[in-house]
Design a protein around this ligand. Structure first.
Ligand code: MEV
Length: 332
């Protein structure tokens, strides 16, 4: 965590990476393994002191919120909120849980800047949440461990969106490549860094609704849906094995298989399908949606014709981004 001064005001700063699921989204909610990795696109949070236990959030391109911090029934609460309450729910909840954990309150102004498109499937909420927790705890005079940041961020996500796996907050906290299964988060060393082309459809997917949709399908047709979920878990473990063998051709085939299985869970979209098809035609080794789906982003594993994939996504109406996997976790 860097502590520095802007115009005479002490500022505590932290940043966290965005992420992609190489394999296993949705199935991970039901105890299957997933492989996710941090990418070199980051979100930054800065916390500054303000007087009178006022609470302010300023999030570039998203909105702003003004509130007060008060003790109610023994707990600190961010209350009397005005402004973009819904859009800034992750930031205010993360700050509130951090204030309660440290059990110390002061007036705070939090600035958020993020290069990760919101709701895009690139883990923007986990990145913003973990960076907020790291910056606020430092501002309150306590440096938290990555484990604690990850735990508080997990509680924030559960509080705001209901069901959530630990994947997003773990990748944002630890970085690198993570195999996530239930409570077990394993950092995998020695996997090759990959060059990925991301295609953003420009639409937002609602993670809570998409997760609930899969649950509805699973509850109504378990005999059909459970094998799909188990097969997604198998693509994750086979994908890890193929990455260890540096067999990127096989990794690509498994990504395509994972996409077909996600189609079976009903979480893809026509725009995602178009971008995935365009990337494959342009020579991608494999392509799939990443994150909750229903819009958001797809990822393509580059072959030699990398620029062709980037251009093909653009031509198809998507917003292409280059990313490298295995980036560092929360920096503070
Ligand atoms: C969302 O980014 C990924 C899901 O698997 C939900 C989760 O893991 O919390 C759909």
């Amino acid at each position: 965590m860097r502590n520095y001064t802007v115009s005479g005001v002490k500022t505590s700063k932290a940043s966290s990476p965005g992420q992609i699921f190489l394999f296993g989204e949705h199935a991970v909610v039901y105890g299957q393994p997933a492989l996710a990795t941090a990418i070199d696109i980051r979100a930054e949070a800065r916390a500054e002191p303000v007087p009178n236990k006022l609470f302010k959030i300023r999030s570039e391109g998203v909105g702003q919120l003004d509130a007060k911090i008060k003790k109610r029934n023994g707990n600190w609460s961010v209350c009397e909120k005005k402004g973009d309450i819904k859009k800034l729910e992750f930031v205010s909840k993360a700050a509130e849980l951090t204030i309660n954990h440290v059990d110390k309150a002061q007036g705070l102004k939090i600035f958020i800047e993020s290069g990760i498109p919101l709701g895009s499937g690139l883990g923007s909420s986990s990145a913003v949440t973990t960076a907020t927790i790291a910056a606020v705890s430092k501002e309150l005079g306590k440096k938290l461990s990555r484990e604690k940041i990850s735990q508080l961020a997990y509680e924030t996500e559960l509080g705001v969106q209901g069901a959530a796996s630990r994947t997003g907050v773990s990748v944002a906290s630890y970085g690198g490549f993570l195999r996530v299964q239930d409570e077990n988060v394993e950092r995998l060393e020695g996997l090759p860094e990959l060059d990925i082309v991301i295609g953003y459809t420009g639409e937002y997917g609602n993670t809570g609704e998409l997760v609930a949709g899969v649950k509805g399908l699973k509850d109504s047709r378990p005999a059909l849906i459970n094998p799909i979920i188990e097969s997604i878990g198998k693509t994750a473990d086979m994908g890890i094995e193929s990455l260890r063998e540096k067999n990127l051709g096989k990794v690509g085939v498994l990504m395509n298989t994972n996409q077909n299985l996600l189609e079976g869970l009903g979480v893809s979209s026509p725009d995602l399908r178009d971008l995935i098809a365009a990337a494959r035609e342009a020579g991608a080794r494999g392509a799939k949606l990443t994150g909750a789906g229903g819009g958001g982003c797809m990822i393509a594993l580059k072959s030699k014709e990398d620029r062709k994939i980037y251009e093909a996504i653009k031509k198809e109406g998507g917003e292409p981004m280059q990313a490298r996997t295995g980036a560092k976790g929360v920096r503070f």
